[in-house]
Design a protein around this ligand. Structure first.
Ligand code: NDP
Length: 253
């Protein structure tokens, strides 16, 4: 793979761990300057330093994207300090599994606030810049990648509100795709199966056990596998839009 993203600027949400951190590395390797967005500042600073050592421009932004003003400020600082916005990867998300009946409803609020509202606020703030980049940048195309999940295509018992948020991301992405694609902002949806990250660590212990059992004999995807898929999407020629990419571990049914 080459340096197809040289001269471009990418913003990755949830860049402090897992898929987001791996994606930031992959896009930096492809030549992009990268804004790293999440709440854990030390992690972002460490990643920014690592990327800088390998010659990339990186900006660590301590941001809670569920706060619209913060999401907007992250986009403004990215454009102000790195010069433009060509690629947005809406990756930050939380998966709080468990039955709907009797669920602690604050878990629903957290998933809706981050997986839906955070993604919406960031997309909304970024769109004028993506549209401008598609018109004026040397590449004449921009990318908005939304990270959904297999859970955004198949609902199952024990994942109801996570399913709700990820199905929602799919619907939003398709609608936005139709709205902006003729203006060369490509909207893509990535739907990974099980990836070995911190995601499952936030699930309540009694529920987590069951989900760990389901994947006990499955060789999970690595964050780098999904980052590779995202890199593929955003490095296609201007004429080619990867609308949707579903990737499961080979052993996942
Ligand atoms: P991680 O838990 O490792 O990463 C989640 C990221 O989101 C962290 O960087 C976290 O950083 C960030 N984040 C959480 N809350 C906020 C917030 N309020 N504002 C900004 N950033 C926030 O999990 P993954 O890498 O696995 O998850 C990334 C995406 O991939 C999610 O959307 C998830 O639904 C999706 N996915 C994951 C799968 C898997 O099996 N792992 C499968 C399918 C989809 P911090 O806490 O520092 O803010």
């Amino acid at each position: 793979a080459g340096r197809e993203l040289s001269g471009t600027v990418a913003l990755v949400t949830g860049a402090s761990s897992g898929i987001g951190a791996a994606t930031a590395r992959a896009l930096a390797e492809a030549g992009a300057a990268v804004a790293l967005v999440a709440r854990r500042k030390e992690r972002l600073d460490a990643l920014a330093a690592e990327l800088a050592r390998s010659g990339a421009r990186a900006l660590a932004l301590e941001v809670d994207v569920t706060d619209q003003a913060q999401a907007r400020a992250a986009v403004q600082r990215t454009v102000g300090e790195l010069g433009s916005l060509d690629v947005l990867v809406n990756n930050a998300g939380v998966m709080l599994l468990g039955p709907i009946s009797g669920a602690p409803t604050e878990e629903w609020d957290r998933m809706i606030a981050l997986n839906l509202q955070g993604l919406l606020y960031t997309a909304h703030a970024a769109l004028p810049h993506l549209l401008a980049a598609a018109e004026r940048s040397p590449r004449r195309v921009a990318d908005l990648v939304n990270v959904s999940s297999v859970a955004g295509r198949r609902a199952r018992s024990g994942a109801g509100v996570y399913n709700l948020t990820k199905f929602g991301v799919g619907a939003f992405s398709e609608s936005l795709r139709q709205e902006v694609t003729a203006r060369h902002v490509r909207v893509s949806l990535v739907e990974p199966g099980a990836v070995d990250t911190e995601l499952v660590s936030h699930v309540r212990p009694e529920v987590r056990e069951q989900s760990t059992r389901t994947f006990a004999n499955v060789e999970m995807l690595e964050a780098e596998d999904v980052a590779d898929a995202i890199r593929y999407i955003v490095t296609r020629p201007r004429r080619m839009a990867v609308n949707e990419l579903l990737v499961r571990p080979t052993e996942q049914e």
